[in-house]
Design a protein around this ligand. Sequence first.
Ligand code: GLV
Ligand code: MN
Ligand code: MN
Length: 419
Amino acid sequence: MSTQFFHQDERFVRDFGVLSQFGATENGGVHRLAGSAADGEQRRWFTELLESEGFRVEFDQVGNQFGLLELAAGAPYVVVGSHLDSQPTAGKYDGAYGVLAAAHAAFRLAAEWRSTGAVPQYNLAVVNWFNEEGARFKPSMMGSSVYTGKMAATAALAVQDPDGVTVSEALQSIGCMGSGTGPTAAYCAEIHIEQGRSMERDGVTIGLVDSNWAANKYEFVVHGEQSHTGSTVIADRKDALLGASMLVVAAREIADRFPGVLHTSVGQLNVYPNSPVVVPSRVNLLLDLRSADEAVLAEADQLLHDRMLEIEQAADVRIEKGSSHCWPVMPYQPEGVDLAEKAAVDLGLSYRKVKTLAGHDSTNMKDIVPTVMLFVPSVEGISHNEHEYTRDEDIVAGLHMLTDVVRRLCDGELDARNS
Ligand code: GLV
Ligand code: MN
Ligand code: MN
């Protein structure tokens, strides 16, 4: 590794420390929901960082933040990045690592092209997708869903948080409401922490993501009837929280029928009126089922729907199905995986093919352009948790890997493979 690269690596780790201060929590994590003040602060910092390296920053119609370097006049872009928003009391690597690595990879490539005078075949866009997490505004992966035409911008902008603030209002309040549809992509790349244990267990530094797990995410509303917890006899109760609790347990019991190949959870439960001495009349909950095997997912989904009918009877409630957000198992383009494998071999980095269990913005992007998704290991697989951790040597190795992959994409290496 050259001395110059060494200094650049140190600068990357230092910049990551600075980025991790936005919305920092006392246990070493971050709390920066999409469109919050902390999100606004980190976005302003990121704009300054990109501009200081000669990139032009623009926001599109749903607040996706792009740092653009146009060297090949009129050519489409290699779009590389991830998301800076986080879950509540979250880890500092999820998304943010991929955004900063994209920026630093782009800075290195820009410097290379400046010094050699080479003109890449494609332009380069660093991206910070808006609201990947879906924690404050549902659904998740909102910015990339609009960019890829899976969700209408008007629908996204009208989504409200639990306090009734819309996406549009939140974006305006942090000065990130842009216009237009962003740069045209030719290729996409994203790097992310694995958020699981498999790479750490196998001792590999780079994960080449070849497909994603399928997911069915549902919003359910359990309707009961408000009454007195003391005076209403049990036979008369329509307890929405009892019905919701039975759904929570059903989700787990269904997962237990498919050990290791099905993940289910209820991550959010809103109880109304959530008051002492009141049998709840309504519970909104979010339940998700995920598998790499679509047949397993379909069977589990049917079991869930059968259980819903039983729960309605047993708890004397009505379960309404609200919005859903589902995606199938989809491979990443094999030629992109091959290109990444070549980069890993050339850099002498250990690697393995992996699947992503979580959704990512690249899961959307790969449906419109060839997309390369890379992972670095997560210590103990901890994620969506303040103790999420990836070692500095791994984030730096991932940066080298991403830089090489993006260089190849900008040089049109995948065009050559496609032709
Ligand atoms: C991301 O949005 C996920 O649900 O994994
Ligand atoms: Mn993420
Ligand atoms: Mn996440």
